[in-house]
Design a protein around this ligand. Structure first.
Ligand code: BDR
Ligand code: CA
Length: 313
């Protein structure tokens, strides 16, 4: 068996975050050392409880750490219009009696980075507040995190404002810290995530579509929820922003990337949170980010199917 990749998943669960966790917990390619939670799609009390409930419901024992309840120096903006009041759309999970890990996200990231001796990767699928706070509090992380694969940003337009993607918009200062940390970064932004959709037919062709166990029914409900919201926004299917970032770590051939110099707009009034890419090399900035530009959608769909099938009892 190939060695498992030690990872932390940092998320703001969130419907598509939940799908990313479902996929990540299913694969034996990842060794999930901890899940750290941040405010974003909903407030931290909701995103953290959603995460703990999901991990417990799926039957896994993974540390879940609470992180930041607001951006570095801004008020929190949530995506309730997409993820609903609870953050899980209409999907209800049994309340877990598990406890959160006693260390907060910053200390958990530092602890796991030390334990993994330079091999720890982070998959970040929410606002980058926890990761930025960890880097600011523990500068050794700049040399000891192997890579951060993040869902966020876009080099063209945004989905939250005309300029900015939601995760970066929420905490642009944190994104700027992370992008300029010197840690190898892969930006899985809207250029690729908006193409990472599952059509209604593809969803209905999943084996779990007809299964009647509780896990399959919950996954099905999440997918139906995503399909409904995404179709309302004009997409061709259920868009898997966060699962794509996770799947890239499992199979890098899914996305073609290009090295670019990226800076995050923190001052602009109408461009707040824009990830500005030097595509035409008009500055002397060195590339700091591998930017996802193209995706093999069909292969992605196959991988999602394979991972979800593991849950059928
Ligand atoms: C990102 O924003 C959130 O609403 C999703 O969970 C995803 O991480 C997409 O812009
Ligand atoms: Ca997210």
């Amino acid at each position: 068996m190939p060695t498992r990749i030690p990872v932390i998943i940092d998320c703001d669960t969130g419907v598509d975050d939940a799908m990313a966790l479902i996929c990540g917990l299913a694969t034996d390619r990842l060794d999930i050392r901890a899940i750290t939670v941040v405010a974003g799609n909903q407030t931290l009390d909701k995103t953290s409880v959603n995460t703990l409930n999901l991990v417990d419901f799926l039957g896994y024992k993974v540390k879940v750490s609470k992180g930041a309840d607001k951006p570095l120096n801004r008020e929190l903006i949530t995506a309730e219009h997409v993820h609903g009041r609870s953050g899980m759309g209409g999907v209800k999970l049994p309340e877990s009696s598990l406890r959160f890990y006693e260390k907060n996200a910053v200390e958990t990231i530092a602890e796991e980075a030390l334990a993994a001796e330079g091999q720890l990767e982070i998959i970040a699928v929410g606002p980058l507040t926890n990761i930025a706070l960890a880097i600011l509090a523990h500068p050794f992380l700049k040399k000891s995190i192997k890579r951060i694969t993040l869902m966020g940003g876009s080099i063209d337009g945004g989905n939250h404002t005309p300029a900015a993607e939601f995760n970066v918009y929420v905490d642009p200062e944190a994104a700027q810290v992370v992008m300029n940390s010197g840690i190898p970064i892969v930006m899985v932004g809207l250029e690729v995530t908006e193409k990472a959709y599952l059509t209604k037919e593809e969803i209905q062709s999943l084996s779990l579509w007809h299964a009647s166990d509780e896990t399959s029914k919950t996954i099905k409900a999440l997918l139906e929820n995503m399909l409904e919201i995404c179709t309302m926004f004009g997409y061709q299917g259920a868009v898997m922003h966060d699962p794509l970032a996770l799947c890239y770590v499992l199979d890098e051939s899914l996305i073609k990337t290009k090295a670019m110099a990226i800076q995050v707009e923190t001052q602009g009034e109408i461009t707040r949170g824009k990830t500005v890419a030097d595509r035409y090399l008009v500055t002397d900035r060195k590339p700091n980010v591998q930017v996802g530009l193209e995706i093999d959608r069909l292969r992605f769909v196959e991988l999602i199917k394979e991972l979800l099938n593991k849950y059928i009892k």
